[in-house]
Design a protein. Structure first.
Length: 558
């Protein structure tokens, strides 16, 4: 109800405010109020007729203009408001019909003044009048009757907000005090029960109880409602909610309502969200509504890309360490697919940052927080996909930079950090392929980190390295090593021959003599059909025998 629906009525109002004398405007205000009582929302009215009823003059402008009754009714209410603000108020006794002040109308209809102010927003027409020497808001009887007739449902609902008698107020307090003795933490539930019993609105009951506790803190019915929670308490509530504790349980523990718990949780969530850095590469297309569907669509050739994941494992190079084998399970991305994913990731961050900027941490809505977190989660998933698809690039560059004294996996870890930063800073709109930008970033990092690592090793050298450099190399050759290993195997088998069949088998399985890796106690027990504890006992006995044999003695009988 804040803007005129028809330009012609707004233009007529502007003309009257600017060019009509004050006395004439006062008369026109009365004319507009009388005209409003005659408007039928279902009919159409000629503009010239409306102008004549207000100004007593029939203009030549808009000779064929017809205005809908509903639009005219809306605009005339605004006309009365705007024109009434430009004329001094008149004594209400000088008006041609009865005029009610809000206080008088409140007592007559047995409704609160708050309800009357809500009715004014819904279309109850008022004007300034002088009553008992004071300026007050008044309502003409004819306009009041029109509003009551057209808004029967609103008036009936407003009767629930009628002013309470002293007896009703005492009854509310009595019921609330009795219920609070059983469950003081169920404030809103108590309000709803009392409202249903006394046929009043929940808001009326809530306001009455709150008002009582404010005026009489020593006799407060819900004193826990006044306790201010510390930041530590709010954090505890948030952590407990994240662990799966229900809102009802938290409300009982902290003597708060369920809605209060939701507000506290959202407040902590929003504070954490505000502290989170959302760094992205902006683009002009992000604010274009028509581009949203294209940006959020699946990447080009998405079906072929998903199908290529099944072939990636079969085409894995042989002889790869287990740590690097997983890198080849992720297919490479084309230039178009990379550009699409980078644009989508930055667009999601842009939307999240834009929505976060308008969130009030103290009045945050759950839907808004969920939306921001969901967009950031989607952006993070795309970022991880881009990183995994380009980690083979880090391996290839690290291989070229690794030296005899360098640890390959340390270089790989350092290169992965450079790759992550490159994904965050890459601007897809410039048209470059990501591998070019990432290779430059990784090699630049290696050029800085490798000399620093060598300098660190040289600075903290203990001197033993020089001793090893100048010492004679007395190591045996490869054939001597194999011969020694074979001799050791013969010696072990000789010792094992002194054990029983089951003891020898246990030692072979535990030490991995028949395979690449030894077995656990539980695995040996399953293989031999005995318990894990029995395997441990037999192994201990066998080791005791072997130690005695190694010393040259005979094993004791066990």
């Amino acid at each position: 109800m804040h803007e005129y629906r028809h330009p012609a009525i707004r233009q007529l109002k502007d003309q009257q405010v600017r060019y009509t004398p004050t006395e004439k405007r006062q008369e026109q205000l009365n004319r507009v109020e009388r005209l409003l009582t005659e408007i039928d929302p279902e009919r159409k009215f000629p503009y010239q007729y409306v102008c004549y009823r207000i100004t007593d003059f029939r203009p030549d402008s808009y000779p064929h203009l017809m205005i809908d009754g509903s639009d005219l009714e809306h605009d005339l209410r605004l006309f009365i408001r705007d024109l009434g603000n430009t004329v001094p108020p008149v004594p209400k006794d000088e008006l041609s019909e009865q005029v009610w002040t809000l206080e008088e109308l409140s007592q007559s209809l047995n409704v609160s003044t708050k309800t009357l102010n809500r009715w004014r927003e819904r279309g109850l027409v008022t004007r300034w009048v002088i009553c008992d020497g004071r300026k007050k808001v008044g309502v003409r009887q004819s306009l009041l009757n029109r509003f009551l007739t057209q808004n029967q449902d609103t008036v009936e609902k407003g009767s629930r907000f009628s002013q309470l008698t002293d007896q009703e107020r005492d009854e509310i307090l009595k019921r609330a005090r009795r219920m609070a003795e059983v469950s003081v933490d169920r404030f809103m539930e108590i309000c709803r029960r009392i409202a249903k019993k006394m046929k009043r609105s929940v808001e009326t009951i809530r306001y009455t109880l709150k008002r009582h506790d404010q005026l009489h803190p020593e006799r407060a019915i819900f004193p826990a409602q006044k306790v201010v929670l510390s930041e530590q308490d709010k954090q505890s509530i948030f952590n407990a909610f994240r662990r799966g504790i229900s809102i009802e349980a938290l409300a009982r523990k902290f003597h708060r309502t369920r809605s209060a718990m939701h507000r506290i949780i959202n407040e902590v969530r929003s504070q954490k969200l505000m502290a989170q850095l959302i760094d992205y590469i902006p683009n002009e297309s992000f604010d274009a509504p028509k581009m949203e569907a294209e940006i959020l669509a699946p990447m080009p050739n998405f079906e072929q890309y998903e199908a290529s994941k099944l072939k990636a494992r079969s085409s894995m190079p042989s002889g790869l360490p287990p740590e690097l084998g997983a890198l080849y399970e992720v297919p490479l991305l084309s230039r178009e697919q990379e550009a699409h994913l980078f644009r989508k990731m930055n667009f999601l961050k842009h939307r999240a940052a834009k929505l976060r900027a308008v969130i009030d941490p103290h009045r945050a809505r759950t839907a808004d927080l969920d939306q921001v977190e969901n967009w950031l989660k989607q952006a993070q998933a795309i970022k991880e996909q881009l990183i995994q698809a380009n980690m083979r690039l880090v391996v290839s560059i690290a291989k070229r930079h690794v030296g005899s004294a360098d640890n390959f996996f340390e270089l790989l870890s350092d290169g992965n950090l450079s790759l992550i930063k490159a994904v965050e800073k890459f601007d897809y709109s410039r048209g470059f392929k990501f591998s070019t930008y990432a290779s430059w970033a990784i090699m630049k990092n290696f050029a800085r980190s490798i000399p620093e690592e060598k300098l660190h090793r040289d600075r903290y050298m203990t001197g033993s390295e020089e001793m090893f450099e100048f010492a004679a190399d007395n190591r045996t050759n490869e054939h001597a090593i194999l011969a020694t290993a074979e001799q050791a195997k013969v010696e072990v088998n000789r010792l094992l021959d002194h054990l029983s069949d089951r003891e020898r088998r246990i030692m072979q399985l535990r030490a991995g003599l028949d395979s690449e890796r030894g077995m656990t106690l539980e695995q040996v027990g399953k293989a031999l059909g005995i318990t894990k504890e029995r395997v441990r006992q037999l192994e201990a006995r066998s080791l005791s025998k072997l130690r005695q044999l190694a010393k040259g003695g005979q094993p004791e009988a066990i």
